[in-house]
Design a binder for this molecule. Sequence first.
Ligand code: ADE
Ligand code: ZN
Length: 349
Amino acid sequence: MNFDSVAREDLPEILCRMPKAELHIHIEGSLEPELIFALAARNRVQLPYQTIQELRAAYAFTDLQSFLDIYYAGASVLQKEEDFYDLAWAYLQRAKAENIVHAEIFFDPQTHTARGIPFETVINGLDRAIRCGREELGLSASLLLCFLRHLSEDDAFAVLEEALPFRDKFIGVGLDSSERGNPPEKFAGVFARCREMGLRLVAHAGEEGSAEYIRSALDVLKVERIDHGVHCLDDPQLVARLVQQRIPLTVCPLSNVKLCVFPSLPAHNIGTLLAGGIAATLNSDDPAYFGGYLNRNYTATFEALPELGAKEAYQLARNSFQASFVEESIKDGWIRELDEFFEEQTHIR
Ligand code: ADE
Ligand code: ZN
């Protein structure tokens, strides 16, 4: 493919139209202010904000914790199965419009069970939306259950126990929430148990935390993908390992800027990660809070970084399929579609 034949001005449209997967999206992070107010009214929840504008104005984060405080508060309007369905359905429709053909979606059950919402209410609502997405939108999606790392490993074991009757409704587990001071090894036992159960394993590491957390996520938790992982560049030996073992990173540029992991998009290291041979992917993390869904992450990042062109667009989309947890034959089909899409773009001129 002659990627150089693609004009820079044509890139935004290509980025939006190309088929791709999203592998790092927290469903609670797609809860838009409009839906927060609608669900608050439906469930008679009193919000500490009078208007949508006032709520949006509070989305000025200084670090991960300042975001998490607001994110967990926002999730309190989710109470009934229907609410979880509406939340996931809104994301899936959005994903379809953005030419996402496959999504692996995080959910944080402990955020809800701690408020007395039964686990089954959460997972049944999300699962029903995913099944509708498959039938009505032709979109492939699956769930990853995230353990909250600021809570104890015993808490994680307890939620895993509650999840067992619904084992067929999620494909794997992740680890999220406050990273610093909550290293991967805190969850060694529960991840070992999940591994025995045949669940797929991922973990947030190297977002605010150091490269050492990426190492222990790999060595102790034995995860297959690293969520964020942008601090790997501090450790050249680790980078060599990520490249050699083809361990994917799910990178979220708009999130990183909003949470002050990087001062600006032009300062982001995604170009360096790709150039170094890392299997990086682009993702939205918590799009309702960070100023954009997946296509906005692509277009804003490519606009900010001149080293990213059509070749990197193709590479990122290809990586997203390759890094997904679906059968190889399905990945191959999506990659063929991607190839056809790019053949067309690069033959036009
Ligand atoms: N939960 C939701 N978004 C998160 C992020 N970016 N890091 C850690 N935990 C999260
Ligand atoms: Zn995340």
